[in-house]
Write a protein that binds this ligand. Structure first.
Ligand SMILES: Nc1ncnc2c1ncn2[C@@H]1O[C@H](COP(=O)(O)OP(=O)(O)OP(=O)(O)O)[C@@H](O)[C@H]1O
Length: 316
């Protein structure tokens, strides 16, 4: 089938996905759309159903309900699953290879599974593994193993790449290098679905994301939308020298929606210009704040607020 025959406005569409293992409901009701060319995050605490969701969309697990389309194909239909496998690459958690297999051998082996694979040498360069091409899998560092598993997910020239827990176990430097590399892959035109429970990773890389908890989507949007900083609302705290002006004076400014005393600080919330407007107003009163701190709600704050349960430890 020509690639354009099953063209879809979205790279991936998941609608009311459900998957149980015996009596265990792993995915209860999950829906989301992924646009072409975006980095889409699936976030959630341990056991939320993230891996099960991406395994269903890669056709590796049979769903119990709902519909999935990957580039217009149904990965749950045995006749179409092969088309999905040609166009979707998946890097699974803790991918293991034979210990003696060398880097370039692994890539050449995986390339042989595809009719029109990517050039293994190009992928070695892209992933910074050229000088490890003759190294056996067992002698690679954690970061190099991760990068190799990403290269193996990309060798079939997928249009959609699913990367699961991509930076788990990597040191901070290796994580940053991996993030840079993921952005390069996206710039190559690949749509990326990133499964993670790291907030900083999602905030840095994802164009949009869903938060999944106990098999259900509990939030969806851009990182900015989820942290509430995309709109006009701004917030900051300041400490003022005595005698401080009356809070009502600040609250009366057009840009201010609230001015509240919190300990020895005043928390001010308002529109986009609230900070400069308050500083200018204070200046006119001859008051210079001792300290000013802007406050941005992090994605982690949002995540914790959404998914913390008494019976569950939240992954950080
Ligand atoms: N093969 C299986 N058999 C039975 N239960 C399973 C199986 N695979 C996963 N589960 C259970 O289904 C639920 C969802 O698991 P899943 O691996 O999809 O979650 P996850 O969000 O990817 O978690 P993690 O972040 O820990 O990888 C969990 O309670 C898990 O224990």
């Amino acid at each position: 089938m020509p690639r354009s025959a099953a063209a879809d406005t979205h790279a991936v569409r998941v609608t009311h996905l459900r998957k149980t293992y015996g009596t265990k409901v792993a995915v209860d009701d999950v829906s989301f759309d992924v646009a072409h060319g975006e980095i889409f995050g699936i976030l959630g605490p341990n056991g939320a159903g993230k891996t099960t969701t991406v395994e269903c969309l890669a056709g590796l697990r049979a769903a119990d309900g709902g519909t999935i389309r990957v580039l217009g194909h149904d990965p749950q239909d045995p006749n179409e699953a092969v088309l999905v496998r040609e166009r979707l690459g998946i890097q699974l958690q803790e991918s293991q290879l034979p210990v003696k297999l060398r880097v370039h051998e692994a890539l050449t082996l995986y390339a042989s599974f595809y009719a029109d694979p990517d050039d293994p040498e190009r992928l070695l360069r892209l992933l910074g593994l050229e000088d490890r091409r003759d190294t056996a899998f067992e002698d690679l560092s954690g970061g190099q193993k991760q990068r190799l598993s990403i290269a193996l997910a990309l060798v079939g020239k997928p249009e959609v790449a699913v990367l699961d827990e991509l930076t788990t176990g990597l040191d901070p430097q290796a994580r940053r290098e991996t993030w840079d590399m993921i952005e390069k892959v996206r710039d190559d035109g690949v749509t990326i679905i990133l499964v993670t429970h790291f907030m900083d990773e999602a905030e840095r890389l994802c164009d949009r994301l869903v938060v999944i908890d106990q098999g259900r989507v509990v939030a969806e949007g851009t990182p900015a939308e989820l942290t509430g900083v995309s709109g006009d609302r701004r917030s900051f705290r300041m400490r003022l020298p005595e005698p401080a002006p009356d809070l009502a004076t600040l609250a009366a400014l057009p840009a201010v929606t609230s001015a509240t005393q919190v300990g020895d600080e005043i928390e001010v919330t308002g529109s986009r210009t609230v900070l400069p407007d308050v500083i200018i107003a204070l200046h006119a009163l001859g008051v210079v704040p001792d300290e000013v701190r802007t406050r941005t709600r992090s994605l982690e704050d949002t995540f914790v607020a959404l998914v913390t349960h008494e019976d569950q430890e939240v992954a950080r």
